[in-house]
Design a protein around this ligand. Structure first.
Ligand SMILES: *C/C=C(C)/C=C/C=C(C)/C=C/C1=C(C)CCCC1(C)C
Length: 252
């Protein structure tokens, strides 16, 4: 296989549903990026950075989906390396979104550091379980879940949740609740996909599947990415729009 084939392969077969989700993932991430970058002009200055970050998250994902789509079509194997490179860049940017949203309420660097530390633990352990030490993927999955729990704790019970309670911006408090719901429920799709790996607890559900033709793990990740990157970005966009409108109403 050569790089050129991987990049430009458009040979999608009728029955290749995973391939379909790689293509729709690529195109919808790209479209979402254009949307966030253009809409940046519609919100007041203090919200522009949040929209830039939303656009960067989907744009970084779009580029990785372009590669992942090609690798899937060319080799029929999971593009695990590109998957984790993508997440290593985009998950920290989502932590930055939390920080930016809460900054006017007094968010400090420590909150961002805790969110980033949780993300790194979650992703490094997940990568080891999926690509390096596959035979012990259950153990690495548990370690990874601890990292996710650090994030959940911070946004539901930790400093972040206290900050949002003290913020007197309705757009932020409402939007924040939806953001953390994505991080709890939307993100849960990833470990469910991971548990379908050979040797893991949900593998029985996909026992007969030929992983070289259909990868249930990639299907779960592709669906989860579309929900969590585009959906999360739209929540940030809604907060920015509503807060901008509220500011204007105050001035009028
Ligand atoms: C844009 C990409 C996002 C939001 C990726 C999120 C990824 C996760 C929440 C992954 C979590 C995992 C566990 C909690 C345990 C099993 C291993 C992982 C890495 C799939």
């Amino acid at each position: 296989m050569n790089t050129f084939n991987i990049l430009l392969n458009g040979n999608l077969q009728a029955g290749d549903y995973i391939g379909f989700t790689f293509f729709t993932g690529y195109m919808s991430m790209l479209a979402a990026s254009v949307f966030f970058f253009v809409e940046r002009g519609q919100v007041s200055d203090k919200w522009k950075t949040s929209l830039t970050i939303s656009g960067l998250i989907t744009f970084i994902a779009a580029v990785h989906y372009f590669y992942m789509r090609g690798i899937w079509l060319e080799t029929g194997t999971s593009p695990t390396q590109f998957r984790y490179i993508d997440w290593t860049l985009t998950v920290p940017l989502m932590c930055v979104e939390y920080f930016l949203i809460l900054k006017p309420a007094g968010a400090k660097g420590g909150m961002l550091v805790r969110l980033l530390a949780g993300s790194i633990l979650m992703l490094v352990a997940g990568y080891i379980g999926e690509a390096v030490s596959v035979e012990s993927n259950v153990m690495w999955g548990i370690i990874s879940t601890i990292g996710w729990a650090v994030i959940i704790y911070e946004i539901y019970m930790g400093e972040a949740s206290k900050l949002v309670a003290s913020s007197n911006n309705a757009a932020v408090t409402e939007g924040y609740k939806v953001m953390r719901w994505f991080t709890l429920v939307g993100w849960a799709i990833y470990p469910i996909g991971y548990c379908m790996l050979p040797g893991n607890i949900l593998h029985g559900l996909v026992e007969g599947a030929d992983f070289t033709k259909s990868s249930p793990v990639d299907l779960a990740y592709n669906i989860a990415d579309a929900i969590n990157k585009i959906g999360f970005g739209l929540v940030v966009y809604t907060i920015a729009k509503n807060a901008t409108a509220a500011d204007k109403a105050k001035l009028a």
